[in-house]
Design a protein around this ligand. Structure first.
Ligand code: ATP
Length: 316
């Protein structure tokens, strides 16, 4: 069988390790793998290369995605989806493994509805996909944020400041939650755990009165204008405050060991599913076990609120 693999949406550390696992496990089962360039754009443009054992050498530890990724709005159009299938069929490609986030899954589900065999792998730092405990790239991004929080704590403590740190995550607060717990944040403000500005300022005032020297607030993007919040905290709480927007640095870096293992397991599991004739599903990890679920059970479904919020409230 010829299998295509692509990476799409925001890049995430571990995408390369997942492609490597697809290529090597497929080869060991006697299949061939084409790498599609720049996500769905490569399917539209017929831009694919045959990958083999050697061409993914060194990919386990590399960040980003060597196949490239892109946001391709025109892929919503069924005419381009049909063109993508034509280009794959021309090369006798029978199945596609699409690695990305929720949008990537929507594109993959559309191809599946058109009768093409597709499997989705969750590749996004945001951990915002239903049906899996973790996505490829999340663990590495948490490490990156924790490293930044540790450094900001050093300077906040020295200057008796409050640091506000904005992290990615869109509608999912897991990056802020996990990193906030690891970095000992006083406040974790996320879509699942919104906190009023007035409450933050009141609590900080009390902290100041008790003689605390610093505070860290981790905020998911779009919850606050963090620079305006820093100004108000400085004026009203007694803590001089500075905002740091971590931005795209969260997407980069070598995948950590958790992401390398997760990507290797998921990539291998996906090819084994195709080998067993299973498709139209997304791969996930639940309670440390590989699982697969139909696209329709995952796409558009919210993740349940993470139970770690209870822990954070007890130790913040
Ligand atoms: P991340 O979470 O990292 O942003 P993502 O996969 O959600 O990743 P998107 O940009 O939302 O990123 O989606 C990736 C691509 O998937 C889009 O650029 C588009 O080509 C395709 N896509 C998104 N939504 C749809 C849809 N409803 N129908 C068809 N294709 C879609």
């Amino acid at each position: 069988m010829n299998i295509a693999v692509l990476t799409s949406g925001g890049d995430a550390p571990g995408m390369n390790a997942a492609v490597r696992a697809v290529v090597r496990s497929a080869e060991s089962l006697g299949h061939h793998v084409y790498g599609v360039k720049d996500g769905y754009q490569g399917l539209i443009d017929d831009d694919m290369i045959l990958l083999d054992h050697q061409s993914v050498s060194g990919m386990l530890s590399s960040g980003g995605t060597f196949l490239g990724t892109a946001r391709v709005p025109k892929f919503h159009d069924v005419a381009y989806q049909k063109k993508a299938i034509e280009h794959m069929k021309k090369r006798d490609i029978e199945a596609l493994i699409a690695i990305g986030g929720d949008g990537t899954y929507r594109g993959a589900m559309d191809l599946s509805k058109l009768g093409f065999k597709v499997i989705g792998l969750p590749g996004t730092i945001d951990n915002d996909i239903a049906g899996t405990d973790y996505t490829i790239g999340f663990s590495t991004a948490v490490e990156t944020i924790v490293d930044a929080l540790d450094k900001l704590r050093d300077t906040s403590q020295s200057h008796q400041r409050c640091s506000i740190v904005e992290v990615m995550g869109r509608s999912c607060g897991d990056l802020a939650l996990f990193a906030g717990i690891c970095g000992g944040a006083e406040f974790i403000v996320t879509p699942e755990n919104p906190v009023k500005k007035e409450d933050i300022i009141e609590t900080l005032k009390k902290h100041k009165e008790k003689g605390r020297r610093h505070a860290i607030i981790v905020v998911t993007e779009n919850m606050f204008d963090v620079h305006a919040l820093a100004k108000e905290i400085t004026e009203l709480s007694g803590f001089a405050s500075r905002a740091t927007v971590l931005g795209y640095i969260q997407r980069g870096g070598h995948p950590d060991s958790e992401d390398r293992i997760l990507a290797s397991r998921m990539g291998t599991y996906a090819t084994e599913l195709l080998n067993d004739g299973i498709h139209g599903v997304v791969v996930g990890i639940r309670d440390s076990q590989m699982v697969h679920l139909p696209f329709a059970n995952v796409v558009g479904f919210p993740r349940p609120k993470n139970p770690l919020y209870k822990l954070y409230k007890k130790i913040a």
